[in-house]
Design a protein around this ligand. Structure first.
Ligand code: NBG
Length: 817
């Protein structure tokens, strides 16, 4: 049962609710441990709290589901191959408004809440921005009382755990389910059979063709549901993750014939579908298993959604496309389109035209990257063999589309070929997604413009009305309110708490006048100092590195990728170090450079960048001459929980991707709402941050997307010319290979910059980057000025709440009033 909100002043003993909660908690701890409470461990306490939370959540969930059954409003299902949800316990407690009673109880019992929270495994069911965005969108939808659910895969192993050994990334399996997971509910009774391989036979009956899929290999998809709680409201949406298992645990026929090994093989083949998350964020591998995964959660998810809809509508699918939205998150779930067609035609008896008329209005598609290596294409032969009926449908969608185009635009033969779903032996998933959806959007203004004008310009010419843009957002409830309690308290003192209401974060603008308030600036400085000390203590505990808390905390945390240019950052650090060595008495502003992020295990270059950062860090951190002036820290195994400690402590937010490459970025928003100033290129959502705060309150630098585009189009960029003119660059680049840092040289990096044309314009932007770094340091020396800028950033961060994104999606994509 939910308690009434309590005032902070109440003491434990005079509050019956606290006492009641404490009793329940103690009983629960004894139930989960089977031992007296006094012998319990944080793990038991965590399990007990989790159970109490789930009891409350599931009760609300059942009530809410009953409401949803009767609801006529539009509902959304996010289909995504990743949901990077992070730890949930603290969030649930916050959503239920249990903070006070939990904290007071634990304090009263002398227990350590942080230790309890850290017993929760952080489910790493995503690579980075794409999966985390889904988690933020679920959180915001529920907070706004809007029925939006998630549909994905319950990977047995999450994204690998990263260790740094001899400066290098080493990957260790992430067995997040080892101790069980208390926040999911298995629903074996709702399992669905997904069919692979086999043949399609067609028969004619009463003048109608029927398609029968035979000799297929069935796999059972079992749903596990995780409740998505609204923020202090009655809403509980669902995140449904599917797990694969064999249809029968033992394939009896095979087994009886004595083929034990074969029977076991079938079992493990089925299970392999939900075994691993592919650990690459912008790469496309074309592996059969991945295609199986893509069809797996699509087929299972759609089946249940249709079944539920029929159940609620007297067995009819009438009105489906007005009430249900299937949202395709990047191309991985694009098979929703042919699978939905299949279900409507083969299982529900609709004609092609009727089915298509229901499909397009139901589907919407968000693109998350313009990197060509991420655009999925599957060999036709693979698709045809694995999913014979789906392939037939794709083929027919394509045939009709191309016919229509040739009819409407007979003069555009070349273009009509170019936009085909099937060409050069491959199925082009983005084309499928665009042709089958009524809405296509990018995730920031610049990104959407690039989609319209470059990546998908041919489609834009045909379907201008389908294209729209929704800038990403993040949930302030996790990354600001909960991660940065001192900040929340200070802001509340200044402007009250209306900005904490879901959808109202723009009320933070009331903070603007406080930029001129010396007392508030001081308060903010104090808050930042606390958070910096907390991060420094964490680094000291875990990595034994001593950090000067007076230094500027300059942070770049995100996946390691060439286009994100961690390399530019570390080359600048190397330059600063050279400067300090040459002029030991230079008066510099002390700085600590933090890095964190994982590289895809097969991405050699990115792993070399990690090795470089760690090698440079070791040398610099052990040089007594630069002690307290310059430090470099690589925090291993970046994940959502670490992010929550890092963002609040940041002063400079490094967002330095090659312009035009970062679709949006969302880390930039998390830093900003915690008062960090952005040091970034005019890329992705950085541009919108710059527009919001004004150019004086952000440090922008470097080539624009247009300039990068021109260089690429005209092949006029020569990295060697830049190198030859800049002695600073010559020194640092030579240090990559001359043994200064490591006898084992960084030849691949060296070659990419000088021999292979520096595709990400690192050298081109080096000078501008050094200058803007120097500017940032000098502004920092005037703390008043810095803090003003910081306050202005926080005040304008409201528009980067995912609550705003969801409202934009409702208006622009799902057309909800
Ligand atoms: C990422 C982009 C980011 C963006 C997130 C969320 C992929 C494929 N794309 O810039 O690189 O913020 O998606 O939209 O992970």
């Amino acid at each position: 049962m939910q308690n009434k909100p309590l005032k902070h002043t109440e003491s434990f003993t005079d509050n019956p609710n606290y006492k009641d909660f404490e009793d329940k908690f103690i009983t629960k701890v004894e139930e989960v441990s089977g031992d007296p409470f006094s012998e319990s461990t944080p793990r038991h306490q965590y399990e007990a709290l989790a159970e109490l939370v789930m009891e409350a959540a599931t009760k609300k969930w059942a009530e809410h589901n009953a409401k949803l059954n009767k609801m006529e409003d539009r509902q959304v299902y996010f289909f995504s191959i990743e949901f990077l949800i992070g730890r949930l316990l603290k969030n649930y407690i916050n959503d239920l408004d249990w903070n006070d009673q939990v904290e007071k109880t634990l304090t009263h019992l002398n227990l350590d809440y942080t230790a309890i929270q850290s017993c929760e495994n952080d489910p790493a069911l995503g690579n980075g921005g794409l999966g985390r965005l889904m988690a933020c969108f679920l959180n915001s939808s529920a907070a706004l009382g809007f029925p939006a659910h998630g549909n994905g895969i319950r990977y047995k192993y999450g994204l690998f755990e990263q260790k740094i050994v001899n400066h290098e990334q080493v990957e260790v399996a992430d067995v997040w389910l080892r101790d069980g997971y208390p926040f999911e509910v298995a629903k074996p009774e709702k399992a669905v059979v997904v069919k692979y391989y086999g043949h399609v036979r067609s028969i004619e009956e009463n003048g109608k063709l029927h398609f029968i899929h035979e000799d297929y290999e069935p796999v059972l998809a079992v749903p596990y549901d995780i409740p998505v709680l609204g923020y202090r409201n009655d809403v509980v949406n669902s995140l449904r993750l599917w797990s694969a298992s064999p249809v029968e645990d033992f394939d009896l026929t095979t087994f009886n014939q004595g083929h034990f090994i074969k029977a076991m093989q079938r079992k493990s083949e089925a299970e392999s579908i939900s075994q691993i998350l592919y650990p690459s964020d912008h790469g496309f591998e074309g592996k059969l298993l991945r295609l199986k995964q893509e069809y797996f959660f699509v087929a299972a998810g759609l089946k249940r959604i249709i079944r539920r809809y029929k159940h609620q509508h007297q067995g009819s699918l009438e009105g489906f496309s007005n009430k249900m939205c299937i949202h395709i998150n990047d191309t991985h779930p694009a098979l929703c389109i042919p699978e939905f067609m299949r279900l409507l035609m083969d299982e529900e008896g609709y004609e092609w035209e009727e089915a298509w008329a229901m499909t397009v209005p139901t589907m919407s598609f968000t693109n998350h990257t313009v990197l060509p290596e991420a655009l999925e294409t599957w060999p036709i032969t693979m698709m045809e063999t694995l999913l014979p009926r789906i392939y037939q449908i794709i083929d027919e969608i394509n045939r009709r589309f191309i016919n229509e185009m040739n009819w409407e635009y007979p003069e555009e033969q070349a273009r009509n070929y170019h936009i085909s779903i099937l060409k050069e032996g491959n199925v082009h998933m983005a084309h499928l997604a665009i042709i089958g959806s009524h809405s296509i959007n990018g995730v920031a203004e610049l990104h959407s413009k690039i989609l319209r004008e470059e990546t998908f310009k041919d489609f834009y010419a045909i379907y201008p009305d389908r294209f729209t843009s929704v800038t990403n957002g993040v949930t302030q409830r996790r990354f600001q309110l909960s991660a940065n309690r001192p900040l929340k308290t200070s802001i509340e003192k200044a402007i009250g708490n209306t900005w904490e209401t879901p959808g109202q974060m723009e009320n933070l603008k009331a903070l603007l006048p406080f930029a001129e308030d010396a007392a508030f600036r001081q308060e903010l400085q104090h808050v930042k100092r606390l958070n910096k000390e907390a991060l420094a203590a964490y680094i000291h505990d875990t990595q034994k590195i001593l950090i000067n808390p007076d230094s500027i905390f300059d942070i770049q945390v995100k996946r390691i990728h060439e286009y994100k240019r961690q390399l530019l950052n570390i080359l600048h650090v190397m330059f600063v170090y050279n400067q300090l060595r040459a002029h030991p008495h230079t008066d510099i502003v002390p700085k600590t450079y933090f890095f964190a992020g994982k590289a895809a295990p097969s991405y050699y270059y990115a792993k070399e960048v990690i090795r470089l950062i760690n090698t440079v860090a070791e040398k610099i951190n052990n040089d007594p001459a630069v002690k307290d002036l310059l430090k470099v820290v690589f925090i291993p195994n970046f994940n959502v929980s670490k992010a929550e400690i890092i963002y609040p402590a940041a002063e400079l937010s490094e967002q330095i991707s090659t312009a035009g490459k970062e679709a949006s970025g969302t880390g930039n928003m998390k830093f900003m709402m915690n008062g960090a100033l952005t040091l970034g290129t005019l890329d992705g959502a950085n541009i919108e941050i710059a527009e919001a705060v004004g150019k004086d309150n952000i440090f922008t630098f470097g080539l624009t997307a247009e300039q990068v585009f021109q260089y690429n189009a005209n092949h006029t960029y020569r990295s060697l010319d830049v190198f030859e003119k800049d002695p600073r660059l010559q020194e640092v680049i030579n240090q990559l290979v001359n043994g200064f840092y490591d006898a084992n040289s960084f030849q691949a990096i060296y070659d990419s910059l000088l021999l292979h044309g520096d595709a990400y314009f690192v050298l081109a932007d080096f000078d501008a980057y050094c200058n803007i770094q120097a500017t940032a340091s000098s502004v920092y020396q005037n703390q008043d000025d810095w803090l003003k800028k910081s306050i202005i950033n926080i005040a304008h961060s409201g528009m980067f709440s995912a609550d705003r994104s969801i409202v934009d999606y409702q208006k622009r994509v799902w057309k909800i009033k």
